[in-house]
Design a binder for this molecule. Structure first.
Ligand code: ADP
Length: 486
């Protein structure tokens, strides 16, 4: 249960509700004080106008009296009684701020009517009185009071205070307060019911994402989530989630394919190795079954076994070269002048001794960053293929640079590569149709090795052929950062 309330949904709900409650409370308090101020002021205004009309009526009553008597009458119990009515009590203070007379309908005689500090009366006499005052009576009740300066002509006779108990105002306010509390509670309980629903709805894509992530982790890489059209953070998260899922899916697809390739490779390699092994085992069995073997047969058998075993050695060496360049990317690189390198490599191969004419067209001064041993293997494999598949024809070697790359190209004028073989010649263990028939055909790894060496150098290899008119192979390598002059 606790865990449930720790969820984002409930945390957001509680946060929202807390905020709402705080705002309602603040609003309520502010509204209460504002209403109280308005009520105080309207009551004070009513008291002042009551005073003005009473004063006017009293002055009319005493207008016929002699001028000396008027002053005394204005400060008399008679006037005070006229002013007091209902809840309103009246008190008259002299020019020194002292109480002259007071009258009240409600306050019992032993209760002194509410009075303010003397300073308030003196201040009122000197300047404008404040709109209202709050005074405490001797019984502790709070009264709302207004002060009016009593004048005879221009002379200030004293201050008249009219006051009413605030209890009646507070009653009106308390009804208001109760209404505000009930209203706030209704709003809060509505929010309590609605906000988990709203928050839950907004967070639904997140829940979906967590379910999908679980499924993804369990191996279902096709999992995607619906992207809400809102374009908000959750929408962007859903989009990012889907991109991630697609990335994972793709990565696993690539891995699956490379595992598949690896399985094929192991199966092909085992198959290739089994052929010479079976053959050697056959010779051994035939020889061991005979009591007497004539020297001629023995010599032939041993020669055949040697052939098979050197075929195996070649195959194993090819496999080692292939894996070496596939695992590490060109381990021993150095700046290499290709003109010198190619001339030397072709010289060492002594191709004319194997019946091939060689022509060279070499652009000087091309420098690449390469592993000489690996590059030599490339030249050797291409030259040997031309010897094998285009025997007795001319090999035209060229070296040039184009598009920021260096190219070593060999062209022969042999039978060329059939169109259906051309896309596959760089695959491991792929042998063209003629090569398959031929007993001297290689393992089908030669061009795969060329390709993996060049790719380890961030280069590439291309094959081109017009069937019947020879084959062309081009090895591409990136130029070294500094291209040296010839
Ligand atoms: P292999 O060990 O069979 O020579 P490669 O990988 O070197 O394997 O070559 C793959 C296939 O490409 C060969 O079996 C052959 O059919 C074809 N091929 C390669 N070089 C040439 C060439 N110069 N002329 C015609 N076909 C070629």
């Amino acid at each position: 249960m606790m865990a449930r309330f720790r969820s984002l949904r409930w945390r957001l709900t509680f946060l929202y509700l807390g905020l709402l409650a705080m705002l309602l409370l603040l609003g309520g308090v502010a509204q209460y004080f504002a209403a109280r101020e308005v009520l105080f002021r309207t009551n004070a205004d009513a008291l002042t106008s009551e005073y003005n009309s009473d004063l006017l009526a009293f002055r009319k009553q005493i207008a016929t009296r002699p001028a000396t008597a008027i002053r005394a009458l204005l400060l008399s119990q008679q006037f005070a009684r006229q002013l007091a009515s209902g809840h309103t009590s009246a008190a008259i203070f002299g020019p020194d701020g002292g109480l002259v007379i007071s009258s009240s309908a409600n306050i019992t005689p032993d209760v002194v009517p509410p009075t303010l500090p003397t300073q308030d009366y003196l201040n009122a006499l000197r300047s404008q009185p404040k709109p209202y005052y709050l005074a405490t009576a001797s019984d502790g009740s709070v009264h709302l009071a207004v002060l009016n300066v009593l004048r005879n002509g221009t002379r200030a006779l004293g201050v008249v205070q009219l006051s009413i108990p605030t209890a009646s105002i507070d009653q009106a306010l308390s009804a208001d307060r109760q209404l505000a509390i009930v209203g706030s509670l209704i709003v809060l309980s509505l929010a309590l019911v609605l906000s988990p629903l709203i928050v839950g709805r907004a967070l639904r894509p997140l829940e979906q994402m967590s379910t999908s992530a679980d499924a993804l982790a369990a191996g279902d890489y096709k999992q995607r989530v619906a992207v809400p059209r809102s374009g908000d953070e959750i929408g962007r998260l859903a989009l990012a989630f889907n991109q991630m899922a697609a990335g994972v899916d793709q990565a696993f697809e690539v891995r699956r394919q490379s595992e598949e390739q690896m399985r094929h490779f192991v199966a092909d390699a085992s198959h290739e190795l089994r052929t010479p092994l079976t053959s050697i085992a056959g010779y051994v069995e035939v020889l061991s079954r005979r009591d007497f073997v004539d020297p001629e047969t023995l010599r032939e058998s041993l020669a055949a076994m040697q052939r098979e075993s050197s075929r195996m050695t070649r195959l194993v060496n090819d496999l080692l070269t292939l894996t070496r360049f596939e695992v590490a990317s060109a381990p021993h690189r150095q700046a290499l002048r290709l003109d010198d390198f190619l001339n030397q490599a072709l010289d060492e191969l002594a191709l004319p001794e194997h019946g091939a004419a060689v022509s060279r067209q070499i652009e000087p001064g091309i420098v690449v960053d390469a592993d000489p041993e690996g590059l030599k293997q490339v030249v050797t494999n291409l030259a040997q293929n031309a010897l094998k598949y285009a025997p007795g024809t001319e090999q035209r070697w060229s070296l040039f640079s184009a598009d920021g790359r260096a190219a070593i190209r060999v062209q022969d004028s042999g039978p060329g590569i059939p169109r259906r073989d051309l896309p596959h010649v760089f695959e491991r263990f792929y042998r063209g149709e003629q090569a398959r028939d031929r007993s001297t055909g290689g393992s089908g790894l030669g061009l795969a090795i060329v390709k993996s060496i060049l790719e380890a150098h961030h280069g590439a290899v291309e094959a081109d052929s017009q069937p019947g008119r020879g084959a062309t192979f081009t090895a591409w390598l990136p130029l070294a950062a500094v291209k040296q002059a010839a």
